[in-house]
Design a protein around this ligand. Structure first.
Ligand code: SF4
Ligand code: SF4
Length: 59
């Protein structure tokens, strides 16, 4: 499975990544986005927009 992961120690919960996801796989949560793994296509849009490199795609 290809899925985006949020680095919990790095994410500032700025929310910049949320609107970039074409499949709405990123949901707002207090400590940073929650990733709906089944909806993530690994497109890298969120990874590219994150200002602190808190997102990565694996798989
Ligand atoms: S990699 Fe693409 S599909 Fe997956 S959470 Fe990020 S923006 Fe959404
Ligand atoms: S853009 Fe980066 S720092 Fe901002 S909420 Fe998303 S993962 Fe966290």
């Amino acid at each position: 499975m290809t899925v985006a992961l949020v680095g919990p120690g790095t994410c500032t919960a700025c929310g910049a990544c949320l609107p970039t996801c074409p499949t709405r796989a990123l949901l707002p949560a207090p400590g940073g986005p929650s990733v709906v793994a089944a909806a993530c296509t690994g497109c890298l849009a969120c990874v590219e927009v994150c200002p602190v490199d808190a997102l990565a795609v694996i798989g």
